[in-house]
Write a protein that binds this ligand. Structure first.
Ligand code: NAD
Length: 420
């Protein structure tokens, strides 16, 4: 089955659409070939219902129970066992191929929670099919900057609403950070220092759900691979995909989005001018792991400021992130719990009294979905919109390439390209 393509890929290449100019202005919510009113029921489709995707399905069900006019109409997963489980749970139609779900006219918006490498290709298909998208982080795989840029351009041209799943951006604590930084509470930002720490090699989070699983009618290996190199099936690659560079990037693209993204939003960062990274497989050397377990990145921005983020999967001791301005420093207390928020935000001025702002904990994913659904109806830009997603993606991709190629990676602002 083919997905209706609103814009021919070849037509598109070569056009220079400036993001700001193409950014969606308030436009009606058009779906199923008609303009949906503010109170019409929204049909949701879920693509990828593993750990994260199932959480999103449950969250949507809670919204429905609370009276929101939504319906879970369809679910797609490349492994039939998970598909059947989720369709039964949600009382929805099931598809093995995302193109079939996108061709379903009862689907207005989609949530994509597949392995990283599939996000941008599936999201691009979705906006071309006229759907709005909640796309899990990272927006794209570390090899997919050009495709991510194309996704950004087409989303804006087609006036679709896209929320990238960096839920921290919707948490009240990070919004407070943004308000303080933007109001000049610490002066001009010079430096960000932050770290993301965990203990565990990901094996504990990515068990082999079925050691006997095999490609065939119940497991679509080709769909899992997407545009990745065609390699023979193994259960490790299919279920523990986070360990492999073809499908993931390790802490840089999996964990740093949680911390780096809200910093980028608070400060208003766009494309970095250069990236340098260090790290490697320093602890978990006992199996076919390809992604680093320790990853550190230094980014310079043309606004003359640096961002330094370190990470390890070998020790979960948390250090306080800080934004250093020329008139003071902003620190965050207990940032380990990125999904439920942080305990407090503190301003330490160079002169004068420190100020502590206690924060209330709340589920940032719920707030992030609420923001997305509001924007689907109003056609406003969500807090983690596609253009911002591209800026974050550029930084993460540059840092990954720096480590893998062992060099300083720069950004060409005229061409909007990574030079690696
Ligand atoms: N925002 C957050 O806090 C957060 C938390 C966890 C995961 N995530 C993101 O969510 C994504 C999924 O992570 P996960 O832990 O749920 O992984 P997972 O392996 O548990 O789930 C992925 C699912 O996608 C399915 N799949 C694979 N190829 C497919 C295809 N072509 N079409 C449809 N389905 C396909 C798999 O069968 C599996 O059920 C990742 O990109 C991850 O970064 C985000």
């Amino acid at each position: 089955m083919t997905v209706p393509s609103a814009l021919n890929r070849r037509d598109f290449i070569g056009r220079t659409i400036k993001y700001a100019a193409a950014a969606a202005v308030a436009a009606p919510f058009v779906s199923r070939g008609k303009v949906l009113g503010a109170n019409d029921r929204i049909g949701i489709g879920f693509i990828g219902v593993g750990g994260r995707g199932r959480g999103h399905v449950a969250l949507a069900q809670n919204f429905i129970k609370a009276g929101q006019n939504l319906q879970i109409v369809a679910i797609c997963d490349a492994w039939r066992y998970r598909l059947d489980e989720a369709t039964k749970f949600a009382g929805a139609k099931g598809y093995m191929k995302h193109a079939e779900l996108l061709a379903d006219p009862s689907v207005d918006i989609v949530c994509i929670a597949t392995p990283d490498r599939l996000h941008v290709p599936q999201a691009l298909d979705a906006v071309r099919a006229g759907k709005d998208v909640y796309c899990e982080k990272p927006m794209g795989h570390w090899t997919q900057f050009t495709l991510s840029k194309q996704f950004c351009e087409e989303t804006q041209k087609l006036k679709r609403v896209v929320q990238v799943g960096n839920q921290g951006n919707s948490s009240p604590a990070w919004q407070k950070v943004k308000e303080l930084v933007q109001s000049g509470a610490i002066g001009r930002v010079q430096l960000v220092t932050a770290g993301f720490y965990r203990n565990g090699d990901w094996g504990e989070r990515m068990p082999i759900a079925d050691p006997e699983a095999k490609p065939g009618p119940d497991l679509d290996w080709e769909a899992f691979l997407g545009d990745a190199p065609k390699v023979p099936f193994t259960v490790q690659r299919f279920f523990s995909w986070r360990k492999y560079l073809d499908y993931a990037g390790g802490p840089c693209t999996d964990l740093l989005p949680h911390l780096f993204t809200p910093f980028a939003s608070a400060i208003g960062l766009k494309f970095p001018s250069r990236a340098v990274a260090s790290g490697g497989i320093f602890k978990y050397t006992t199996y076919d792991r390809e992604v680093p377990d320790t990853f550190n990145m230094c980014l310079d921005y043309p606004e003359k400021l640096s961002v330094v983020v370190v990470s390890t999967l070998a020790n979960d001791y948390v250090t306080e992130p800080a934004i250093h301005g020329d008139e003071g420093t902003l620190t965050l207390q207990n940032p380990g719990e990125w999904n439920v928020g942080i305990d407090s935000v503190t301003i330490v001025p160079r002169k004068g009294e420190r100020q502590v702002f206690p924060m209330q904990k709340s589920d940032a994913t719920v707030a992030h979905w609420q923001n997305f659904l509001k924007c689907v109806r109003s056609r406003e830009k969500p807090v983690s919109d596609v253009e911002f997603g591209l800026h974050v993606q550029a930084a993460l991709n540059m840092a990954m390439l720096s480590l893998l190629k062992d060099k300083v990676v720069k950004f060409d602002f005229a061409k909007e390209e990574i030079v690696a």
